[in-house]
Write a protein of this length. Structure first.
Length: 248
């Protein structure tokens, strides 16, 4: 079985991605085993892992803080030593700390950049060479945002982190292409999750800026990620695929 790590998979988009990949695994005669990452909500990831395993896709849960470089390396190296290298990775874990830039604190800047952008390095730097040594190709999908493409008011820190993910993804794709490892980015727009539940602006006002005039669902984002893991997507790399209802 090909091992796939999904960071931030205890809820929201990450949970939907885990469920989509589990369904794809069953369609491919049990192609994958999943490792579901959480930081503070390990129990939710464990519960999801048990549900997916009972339905036929082996899954386990793993806890670490993607912003902690030493912890990432220690936990992931120990897991690889015990269970083997990962064939696929979904870098989904991320946070927001929105504020108008003049009031944006150093802590709000640092926390978002360390989790969202440094997390890219902290997770993938440990996993890439073992993936290369598998000599079986591989898939890496990162999660950016419409905010990283066009910028959003009150999200200078978040926009910076998500724009950085796009650049890092494109550069890593060039390095990994000769190894038949694809590296792509999915950039969601306004998606109906816990992260967007408490916005200051009414949803109706936000919908006016979206041509499809509605929020997306985690499942719609997850379907795009799952496609990039499919055999049919083996020639797609270095791309940013937006799931945003035509917002940009």
């Amino acid at each position: 079985m090909k091992r796939i790590l999904i960071t931030g998979s205890s809820r929201g988009i990450g949970k939907a991605i885990a469920q989509a990949l589990a369904r794809q695994s069953l369609a491919l005669n049990g192609a994958y085993s999943l490792v579901l990452h959480a930081n503070k909500n390990l129990s939710a990831a464990q519960e999801l892992a048990q549900t997916l395993t009972a339905a036929g896709t082996p899954a386990t849960a793993l806890a670490f803080d993607v912003s902690d470089r030493e912890q990432c390396a220690a936990v992931l190296n120990a897991d690889i030593e015990a269970n083997g290298a990962f064939w696929g990775v979904v870098c989904n874990a991320g946070i927001t700390a929105d504020n108008a830039f003049p009031m944006l604190s150093g802590d709000e800047w640092d926390r978002v950049l360390r989790t969202n952008l440094d997390g890219f390095y902290n997770v993938l730097q440990t996993l890439v060479m073992p993936m290369v040594r598998l000599r079986d190709g591989g898939r890496i999908v990162t999660l950016s945002s419409v905010s990283g493409i066009v910028g959003n008011r009150g999200q200078v820190n978040y926009s910076a982190s998500k724009a950085g993910i796009i650049g890092a993804t494109k550069a890593l794709a060039v390095e990994m292409a000769k190894r038949k490892i694809t590296v792509n980015c999915v950039a969601p727009g306004f998606i109906d999750t816990d992260m967007t539940a408490n916005l200051l602006a009414p949803k109706e006002e936000i919908f006016k800026a979206i041509p499809m005039q509605r929020a997306g669902t985690p499942e719609e984002v997850a379907a795009t990620v799952a496609f990039l893991f499919s055999p049919e997507a083996a020639y797609i790399t270095r791309q940013v695929i937006s799931v945003n209802g035509g917002l940009c």
